[in-house]
Design a protein around this ligand. Structure first.
Ligand code: CUK
Ligand code: CUA
Ligand code: CA
Length: 639
């Protein structure tokens, strides 16, 4: 970067050198990450771990053999394109749920059923084989998770995936029209229009990159815009979009269903790095959901390109009158990152990123502004307090405290929201910073057990540290990340465990295991193509089109052999008739690039051209029985 691209040093606010981070500090970030981190001399020393008895809290992460975790964690997988399921407090990874990217274990992207969900091209091949999941959030009822669904974003190809939490599988994927860099995602927590509906009906999705609408090779970036998108939680159809100024980053929703918000780091609408950080303040952009839905209903929208989705105008110029405004742009300091909803329902907190501050916005005041009862929108900010360098994301303990990651300081800071509000109001004796703890290193997301629910319980805190450096045995140049587990139950945070994770999870949620009751066995009747009886097995031919129907029952497939002709267009359907929990079979066809799993009473199918003559031993890939190796079928393809 050349000299004249560098923003001027901040001089407007006399809060010392830590007040703002300038470009030079960010450029030096690689150096920060590479050097041996020592606690900053300007911050309090980290707590040394007292014995569990002194803390009287959550204490040990150790589970004895046979013991089960008490919390589920749903972790985004980043550019592995999946969602990972962890048990907490042990931190053990229990499974991965493939969504956007094929998965060789279960045959995601191999079976016809999963390909249909992922989306295919005209030739039947997958439309996309990569993904980038950042944020995973679950459906709500009465302000707590109800165990129905979770949703996760794909930043690369602007897709949203839904996961059924009864089977832990992805069941729908929707691509957002006219969106690039779909980043933040959050379900609403109740319906803003129908008071009686106290559960999630919508999922909000933020578009991070501005593009020409519709996309076209236009060089003039001042014409680019971003969209904020609402997806129907049940149908997964896109309901509406809002055209905005600036961009969307993270997303948050209020407990009353009335408001959603996104933090904006590029209100400058710059196309270059330096331009995106030229302004001293950006925004937290609020959406008045009921008004947007009313505008859509009243036909006050346009559409973009080939998309039929209603797009309402949420730009600043069109929303000057609070009484009719669909949006409100609240000014917050420089390139904010996360926006998080406090479990008491009162506040959204924006972390400053390039400003060392946390901004507390009172939601009741935002609603007052929309009602025309608040003169200045700025007064929705009830605190803007210094936390440390590079604040990114915030979690809560349900006791009025917030926990914010400090990327550059490699710390988590615990602070009291009420005290911060008092301090901001002028009471300089209000001590809002309660504790700091070193983490290893450069933390991104943070979350507490049940953090963004009305049932935040303040027990476990997990921190996704982006760099692990020296914390694990070296495995070559690509390091794992470090998910760290902290006991947050006492006055002092206590670091309890490090866990390496393959890159690269971002956000995650942690909730009580009682909130889910996963099924162990599928229902045969849920599969219209199920082969319900081994007697239905066989090769069914209509010209070149061949349907092979099979069942599995340990330790055999219902067809011990079958014959095809070269060039046959084959669909093979397999139903697993084993009803016992944990009795899955795999079906692999050598040289045909086929392998998939069928769980108890599940049906799956694959389609392929029998283009290679010869004998192919179909075999079971999933150890199921003492005679697992003998569980085979012979596919003979005649020339
Ligand atoms: S972003 Cu990754 S650390 Cu995509 Cu949630 Cu903040
Ligand atoms: Cu069936 Cu192994
Ligand atoms: Ca900016």
């Amino acid at each position: 970067m050349n000299q004249d691209q560098q923003p001027k040093p901040e001089t407007t606010l006399a809060m010392g050198r830590r007040r703002f981070i300038n470009t030079a500090a960010l450029v030096g970030l690689g150096g920060v990450a590479a050097c041996t981190d020592k606690p900053s001399s300007t911050t309090a020393p980290a707590a040394s771990a007292p014995a569990a008895s002194e803390r009287g809290g959550a204490s040990s992460v150790h589970l004895k053999p046979g013991e089960l975790d008490t919390y589920y964690g749903l972790w985004s997988g980043g550019h592995t394109g999946d969602v990972r399921v962890l048990g907490l407090p042990s931190g053990r990874e229990i499974t991965r749920i493939p969504c956007f990217v094929p998965d060789a274990l279960v045959g995601w992207g191999i079976t016809n059923e999963s390909k249909k969900i992922m989306g295919t091209k005209a030739d039947g091949s997958l439309r996309y084989t990569i993904g980038d999941t950042h944020h995973v959030h679950a459906s709500y009822k009465d302000g707590n998770y109800d165990g129905r669904y979770a949703w996760v974003n794909d930043k690369i190809n602007s897709r949203i995936a839904r996961i059924r939490l009864d089977y832990f599988v992805c069941d729908k994927i929707t691509e957002l029209p006219n969106v690039q860099g779909f980043h933040g995602i959050f379900p609403d927590k109740r319906d803003p229009v129908d008071e009686k509906i106290n559960y999630t009906t919508r999922v909000f999705c933020g578009g991070e990159f501005s593009i020409p609408l519709p996309n076209a090779p236009i060089d003039d970036h001042t014409q680019y815009r971003s969209l904020f998108t609402c997806v129907d939680a049940e149908t997964m159809n896109v309901r509406w979009q809002v055209l905005i100024d600036g961009n969307c980053d993270l997303t948050a929703t209020s407990y009353d269903g009335k408001l959603a918000a996104t933090n904006q780091y590029n209100t400058e609408m710059g196309a270059r790095f330096a331009d995106m950080m030229s302004a001293e303040r950006d925004a937290c952009l609020f959406f008045n959901i009921a008004r947007i839905e009313a505008a859509v209903k009243a036909g006050q929208f346009k559409t973009i390109g080939a998309s039929k989705v209603p797009v309402v105008d949420g730009t600043q110029a069109a929303n000057k009158d609070p009484k009719t405004a669909l949006t409100a742009y609240v000014s917050v300091p420089k390139n904010p990152h996360g926006v998080n909803a406090s479990p008491d329902g009162k506040y959204f907190i924006c972390a400053g990123k390039l400003s060392p501050t946390g901004t507390v916005i009172e939601l009741a005041k935002v609603l007052d502004w929309f009602d025309g009862k608040l003169e200045k929108l700025d007064s929705v900010i009830v605190a803007e307090v210094e936390l440390g360098l590079g604040p990114l994301h915030t979690a809560f303990d349900g006791r009025g405290n917030a926990y914010t990651t400090l990327f550059l300081d490699s710390q988590v800071v615990k602070w009291n929201v009420d005290a911060a509000i008092k301090f901001h109001a002028g009471d300089k004796s209000a001590k809002y910073v309660l504790d700091r703890i070193d983490v290893h290193y450069q933390p991104g997301h943070i979350n507490g057990s049940q953090s963004e629910t009305v049932a935040a319980d303040g027990k476990w805190l997990c921190v996704g540290s982006k760099f692990s450096k020296d914390r694990f045995l070296p495995v070559g140049p690509l390091h794992p990340e470090n998910e760290q587990i902290i006991d947050m139950s006492g006055d002092k945070m206590v670091l309890l465990a490090d866990h390496p994770v393959r890159g690269e999870p971002h956000d995650f949620i942690i909730f009580k295991r009682e909130l889910l009751s996963p099924k162990q066995v599928y229902n045969l009747d849920d599969f219209p193509n199920a082969v319900k009886d081994p007697k239905e097995s066989g090769v069914f031919r209509t010209g070149k089109k061949v349907h092979v129907k099979m069942t599995s029952l340990a330790p055999s497939f219902s067809l011990t052999e079958f014959k095809l002709k070269k060039g046959d267009e084959v669909t093979l359907t397999l139903t697993n008739l084993d009803k016992i929990q944990d009795l899955a079979h795999g079906l692999a066809i050598p040289n045909y690039n086929i392998n998939f799993i069928v769980n108890p009473l599940e049906t799956a199918s694959v389609s392929f051209i029998a283009d290679k003559p010869g004998v192919f031993w179909i075999y079971c890939t999933h150890f199921c029985h003492a005679l697992h190796l003998e569980m085979r079928s012979r596919m003979i393809v005649e020339a």
